[in-house]
Design a protein around this ligand. Structure first.
Ligand code: PPE
Length: 306
């Protein structure tokens, strides 16, 4: 998806103009993929001011990702939180996507980087609906990818590691080339794992089911949706399920910071439920948007105002 450029990027503790945010070709992460990132969103509230959704949780996950792959971030979490807020402010962006990135700079090459600097960037830009504005209502067509999700002892599934996203890109390319909107990946045991960049939920007989976090990213939207559903009295179970449970689901939706809550209307050419956004998806999606946009006081603690 195209990015519309903003004015300033936060890099290693200071702001630099967008066009000057460049790195050396021997940047270690560019070669080997050992970096970690986050995806965060801010939304404009009813008063016209912006607020970042679940800022502390995203920054905490960034540090956990870095810890898992042994990158020592040379800033305190509170400094990264401030950097995110400041980057939105200096760019006068109340609503947008925020991409914190921790990467290994240039210096040594090879698989035992010793003195390469750990660098941190925060980039923000306006980003619309990830899977299409109209699909938030209509729902997308998904296909199970021939690529398997990471084995938990091959990739570290609790870390949002840059290089792990090659797997997602392969899956997404494979299915979009065939005309579908998004890929669903199975785990190494053959159970449903997640979308290329989203967690997945199914509804059957009024119960919401999502795969346990064992082999998937512990999504912050996933967590928010579970809380919203339980607050509405909807039963939620975290349980592995098979590909054909997708086919006979009444409703399916994906969750992610970028994808928000996107319904799936078809999987592997089989119509899901009525073939359109179902009632449970609708109520959860609507409360999610109220929460992120500061229209649901119950979830106000999830917002950090700019
Ligand atoms: N699984 C994967 C593999 C994933 O990448 C994401 C986020 C999620 C689940 C949902 O996590 P959360 O955002 O905390 O609810 N994917 C990010 C990257 C998208 C991109 O194209 O880049 C995102 O949604 O920001």
């Amino acid at each position: 998806m195209a990015v519309s450029k903003t004015e300033n990027i936060w890099l290693d503790g200071r702001f630099i103009p967008w066009d000057e945010a460049k790195v050396h070709l021997l940047t270690h992460t560019l070669h080997y993929g050992l970096g970690v990132f986050e995806g965060v969103r801010s939304y404009t509230g009813p008063d016209g001011n912006g607020a970042v959704f679940r800022l502390a949780e995203h920054v905490e996950r960034l540090y956990q990702s870095a810890h898992i792959v042994e990158l020592a971030i040379p800033f305190e979490p509170s400094e990264i939180e401030q950097a995110i807020l400041e980057t939105l402010r200096v760019n006068r962006l109340s609503e947008g996507y925020i991409r914190p990135l921790v990467f290994l700079g240039d210096g040594a090459m090879g698989l035992l980087p010793t003195d390469n600097p750990v660098r941190v960037a925060v980039v923000v830009w306006p980003w619309g609906s990830y899977l299409g504005e109209e699909n938030l209502e209509r729902g997308i067509r998904a296909k199970v990818s021939s690529y398997t999700r990471h084995h938990p002892n091959v990739s570290m599934t609790k870390s949002k590691t840059c290089g792990d996203y090659v797997n997602s890109i392969m899956a997404k390319r494979e299915v979009t080339r065939l005309g579908y909107d998004e890929a669903i990946l199975l785990d190494t045991n053959g159970f449903v794992a997640e979308g290329s960049g989203e967690n997945i939920f199914i509804v059957r007989k009024g119960v919401l089911k999502t795969p346990p976090i064992a082999a998937v990213l512990e999504g912050i939207t996933r967590d928010s949706v579970i809380q919203i559903a339980r607050d509405k009295g909807i039963e939620v179970v975290e349980q592995s399920f098979t590909r054909d449970e997708l086919y006979r689901a009444d409703e399916i939706f994906l969750t992610g910071t970028a994808a928000e809550v996107t319904p799936i209307r078809e999987v592997d050419d089989r119509k899901i439920g009525e073939g359109k956004r179902g009632p449970i998806t609708t109520t959860i999606q609507s409360t999610y948007f109220d929460a992120v946009q500061g229209k649901a006081s119950k979830y106000d603690s999830w917002l950090t105002r700019l």
